[in-house]
Write a protein that binds this ligand. Structure first.
Ligand SMILES: Cc1cc2nc3c(=O)[nH]c(=O)nc-3n(C[C@H](O)[C@H](O)[C@H](O)COP(=O)(O)OP(=O)(O)OC[C@H]3O[C@@H](n4cnc5c(N)ncnc54)[C@H](O)[C@@H]3O)c2cc1C
Length: 359
C-alpha cells in the first residue's frame, strides 16, 4: 500500500535551517556534525551556496577575509576547504585576490549537504515560524509542517526583498527570484525587530565588446572560465540599461561594450542589532538564531562565518555538542564580527576592513 506523505517525510528535527546560501550551508553542516538531526529548507535547490553577486571572494592581500578564512579553517568550517578544491577558486593579476567559479562552488556546497549524515536538504519556501511546545513550528508555502528544537534563519536578502532596477522597485529575493514576504511579516508580528539593509551588484558585460587588452584590467573579472561574461567589478553604474551602457562606454577600451546583465540594487530586512544576542540567538526568543546577511553581515565569507557559529549554537540548544565559547573568539575576526552584529546599528556590518563604517 502506498504510504501517506507524512509517513515518508520526517517532520520533527533537532535543528531546521531556513536558507541554503553560504550561511545556511555552514549552519546545516555544523549542526549535523554536532549530532543534531538537521533539515535545511531552501527556495531553489539549483541555487544552493551560490555567490549572488561577485566571483571575487577576497579583494587583495590587505583584505582581512584572508585571516577570516584561516580562522574558519581552524574552527572546522567548510568554506576554506571548498576553496582549495580544484577548479573552484583561482587567482588573477591582483596580488592576494581570490576568485571563484560561482557555479562550481554552488555545486560543491550542494554535494556536501547531500552527502552529510543526519542532514536532509529540501526545496521549500518557509512562510511561517512560530514558537511551539518545545521549540519552533514551521509551515511552508505547500502547507507542510515541521517542528524543531532550534531554527537558524539564514534567509539572505530575501526577507521582504525588493529589487530596485532602473528606478523601479519590485518584489524579489534576488533578481528574478521570489522574496520571503510571509516569513518576514510572521517574524515582525512576534515583535522581532527587523531593519532595512541595502546592497548593489555591478553590471556584467559580454567579453566580445571589450578591447582584449582590457581583459586583464583589475576592474573587470571573468565570471567563470566557461562563460563569455565579465563582471565590471568597480565600474558601478546606475539607472536604466541605456544610461548604464552610456556610462560604461565612457571608459577607455569599453566604447563597444555591451551589457548582458545590468546592475541592480536590493533592499531587504535583517535582524536589528538590539535584537541580536552574542551567540546569534535572538534576544527573548530561545532557540531562534539568525545568520548571514539576514543577521546583518556584508559579504559571502562573513555569511559563512556567522552560519557556522549559528549552526553550532543551534545544535547545542537542541542538546547536541558544546556551545561556541565567546571567550575563545576574543582577538579573532569571528569575535569582532559577532560583536558588530550585536552592537552596530548601521547594517550591513563587516570586518573586511579595519574601518567600522564600510561594507
Ligand atoms: C544585489 C546584491 C549584491 C551583492 N553584492 C555582494 C558583493 O559584492 N559581495 C559579497 O560578498 N556579497 C554580496 N551580496 C551579498 C550576498 O547576498 C552575500 O554575500 C551572501 O550570498 C549572503 O549569504 P547568505 O547565506 O546570508 O544569503 P543568500 O546567499 O542570499 O542565501 C539565502 C538563501 O535563503 C533562501 N531563503 C530565503 N528565504 C527563504 C524562505 N522563507 N524559505 C526557504 N528558503 C529561503 C534563499 O533561497 C537563498 O538560498 C550581494 C547581494 C545582492 C542581492
Amino acid at each position: 500500500m502506498e504510504k501517506e506523505p507524512e509517513e515518508i517525510i520526517a517532520s520533527d528535527y533537532d535543528v531546521i535551517v531556513v536558507g541554503a546560501g553560504p550561511s545556511g550551508c555552514e549552519a546545516a553542516l555544523a549542526a549535523a556534525r554536532a549530532g543534531a538531526q538537521t533539515l535545511c529548507l531552501s527556495i531553489n535547490l539549483d541555487m544552493v551556496g551560490y555567490p549572488t553577486a561577485t566571483p571575487v571572494l577576497v579583494d587583495d592581500s590587505d583584505d582581512r577575509r584572508h585571516a577570516l578564512l584561516a580562522e574558519l579553517d581552524g574552527f572546522g568550517a567548510e568554506l576554506p576547504g571548498l576553496l582549495h578544491t580544484d577548479g573552484i577558486s583561482g587567482r588573477d593579476g591582483v596580488a592576494g585576490r581570490v576568485l571563484v567559479d560561482r557555479r562550481r562552488l554552488g555545486l560543491a556546497w550542494k554535494e556536501q549537504l547531500e552527502s552529510e549524515e543526519g542532514l536532509a536538504l529540501r526545496q521549500a519556501l518557509v512562510t511561517s515560524l512560530i514558537p511551539g511546545k518545545s521549540g519552533w513550528k514551521l509551515e511552508t508555502k505547500l502547507r507542510e509542517h515541521f517542528t524543531a528544537r532550534a531554527v537558524v534563519v539564514a534567509a539572505g536578502t530575501f526577507l521582504n526583498g525588493r529589487v530596485i532596477d532602473a528606478g523601479e522597485t519590485s518584489p524579489g529575493g534576488r533578481w528574478a527570484e521570489i522574496p520571503a514576504n510571509y516569513l518576514a511579516k510572521c517574524l515582525q508580528m512576534q515583535d522581532i525587530k527587523l531593519v532595512d539593509i541595502w546592497a548593489r551588484t555591478s553590471p556584467r558585460l559580454s567579453s566580445r565588446g571589450i578591447d582584449e587588452k582590457l581583459l586583464g584590467d583589475p576592474r573587470l573579472r571573468r565570471d567563470g572560465e566557461q562563460l563569455g561574461e565579465v563582471l565590471a567589478f568597480t565600474l558601478e553604474t546606475d539607472g536604466n540599461r541605456t544610461g548604464q551602457l552610456q556610462a560604461l562606454r565612457q571608459n577607455k577600451g569599453l566604447t563597444q561594450a555591451w551589457i548582458t546583465r545590468p546592475s541592480y540594487s536590493i533592499l531587504h530586512l535583517g535582524l536589528a542589532a538590539e535584537q541580536a544576542g552574542k551567540n546569534l540567538e535572538v534576544i527573548g526568543k530561545p532557540g531562534l538564531f539568525f545568520a548571514g546577511r539576514a543577521a546583518g553581515s556584508c559579504n559571502y565569507t562573513e555569511a559563512a562565518a556567522l552560519g557556522f557559529i549559528a549552526g553550532i549554537n543551534a545544535a547545542h540548544r537542541a542538546g547536541h555538542g558544546a556551545a561556541s565559547q565567546p571567550l575563545s573568539f576574543s582577538n579573532t575576526l569571528v569575535g569582532q564580527l559577532l560583536n558588530r552584529v550585536a552592537h552596530k546599528d548601521i547594517r550591513p556590518v563587516t570586518v573586511r576592513i579595519d574601518d567600522e563604517s564600510g561594507c
